[in-house]
Design a protein around this ligand. Structure first.
Ligand code: GUN
Ligand code: ZN
Length: 441
């Protein structure tokens, strides 16, 4: 077994920080060592102590003075929307109709899907993201291309073939039976292969007939361990259209509840305009509300009530995500910077420890994958990000006056992007692709 020993400053979380000064929420090692082998973390701690445990022949990499954290996790992203980013639209439904539903048709083509799978994973790792929960297109080809690339790179990924059988161009529609059959085949072909996880993925209630949501329910019953992902309560016109299509539902959330799609492995993108009843239903079922700040601002969808959802008597589990291509950056640093501003506009605070908790352990818990990813705990996957707070001239100037770990994290979040990612490790291997040349560093 080849073993690698990293040296740098280590940061990992134990639990969500109760406040900016909650030093029990994280572990920080100022001269840390992290030993990895066979894709796992073997030992962590003070550098000299860990070095003493390293077998002869261990490769040593010195990342000082940078910070080493668990790799970032993105809980909602669309694989076929890399060329949709930055599309000029007034709102969600116009954006879907005018751009997204055209672009996604190209993923019926296996060569196209394969080419973009390469680009997709290059972008994720360039930005320090090592796990994502992704939507493919309606075509099985897109899921095949996605999972083949993920397997090749040995990444821990959650993804699903989108199910959509109405209110979209014909080339982007399946049928309840095809959606079921193709999802079954994707599960058989990819779930549990390498670190791949298949998610049941009805796009949203507007594009799924009641018959299709029934099929999604059947899939969920047959595969209770699988993730389920969809969109919920993103935009007022979307909500009105949805309720007209499901006139017997109490509200938008009730549609998914009726088909048994709520639960601890269910991820609901957006959840901006929820009623108290809907938030209670998410809370009681253990469902996750996914905050996509750059997308919500870009499409003018609204301000996600992160703190309200976390603080209410029946708290709702939350996660954070880029939502490429409604979202505008692959970077979880940029994403949490926008999250911070969304909270500022609501008179709320998001402290830097809270932000970095969400990008790592918080999102791992949202995916119920905290035993594998999201920490630097021994025995978990060696998926890591190495961050440089002085990555650009402007950041280096600000870094001169940084005195505390909280200030460093806040600088990284406020000014950082892929340039602040000095290296990304997937299963113990350095994988960051340089921004300039497109070749491995
Ligand atoms: N609702 C249904 N599909 C989508 C999508 O692709 N992006 C966003 N932001 N919302 C959606
Ligand atoms: Zn989305």
């Amino acid at each position: 077994m080849t073993t690698t020993l990293l040296r740098g400053r280590l940061l990992t979380f134990n639990h969500a920080p109760h406040s900016m000064t909650d030093s029990t929420s994280y572990r920080y090692e100022s001269d840390g060592g992290l030993l990895m082998g066979d894709g796992k973390i073997i030992a962590t701690g003070d550098f000299e102590t860990v070095k003493a445990q390293a077998p002869v022949g261990t490769i040593e990499i010195d990342h000082r003075p940078h910070l080493i954290l668990p790799g970032f996790i993105d809980t909602h992203i669309h694989f076929p929307q890399m060329q949709v980013v930055g599309s000029y639209a007034a709102n969600l439904l116009e954006w879907l109709h005018d751009y997204t539903f055209l672009e996604e048709q190209r993923f019926a083509d296996a060569d196209h899907a394969t080419r973009f799978a390469g680009h997709f994973f290059d972008e994720l790792t360039r930005h320090g993201t090592t796990t994502a929960s992704a939507y493919c297109s309606v075509h099985k080809t897109s899921a095949d291309a996605f999972f083949a690339e993920s397997l090749k790179r040995n990444m821990r990924m959650v993804a699903g073939k989108v199910m959509m059988d109405r209110n979209a161009p014909e080339a982007l529609r399946d049928t309840p039976q095809d959606g079921y059959d193709d999802t079954k085949q994707v599960i058989a072909d990819w779930h549990g292969k390498g670190r791949n996880h298949v998610a049941i993925t009805p796009r949203f209630a507007i594009t799924s007939s009641p018959e299709q949501l029934e099929m999604a329910q059947t899939l969920a019953r047959e595969h209770p361990d699988l993730h389920i992902q969809t969109h919920l309560s993103e935009n007022h016109d979307e909500i009105r259209t949805t309720l007209a299509l499901y006139p017997h539902a109490k509200d938008y959330t009730d549609i998914y509840a009726h088909y048994g799609l709520l639960g601890p492995k269910s991820l609901f993108g957006h959840c901006i305009h929820l009623s108290d009843r809907e938030a209670d239903a998410l809370s009681e079922s253990g469902s996750v509300a996914v905050f996509c700040p750059t997308s919500n601002l870009f499409l003018g969808s609204g301000l996600f009530a992160l703190k309200h959802l976390e603080r209410r008597q029946k708290p709702v589990r939350v996660s954070v995500a880029t939502d490429i291509g409604g979202g505008t950056s692959y970077s979880m640093l940029r994403t949490l910077d926008e999250a911070y501003k969304v909270l500022q506009l609501q008179g709320e605070r998001l402290n830097p420890f809270d932000s970095f908790y969400h990008m790592t352990l918080g999102n791992a818990r949202a995916l119920s994958l905290e035993n594998h990813i999201g920490t630097l705990d021994v025995g978990t996957d060696a998926d890591l990000v190495v961050l440089n707070m002085a990555a650009t001239p402007a950041m280096a100037l600000k870094a001169e006056v940084v005195q505390t770990l909280a200030e460093e994290l806040f600088l990284l979040q406020t000014m950082g992007d892929d340039r602040a990612v000095a290296q990304t490790y997937v299963a113990g291997n350095a994988v960051k692709v340089s921004s300039e040349t497109g070749t491995a560093k």
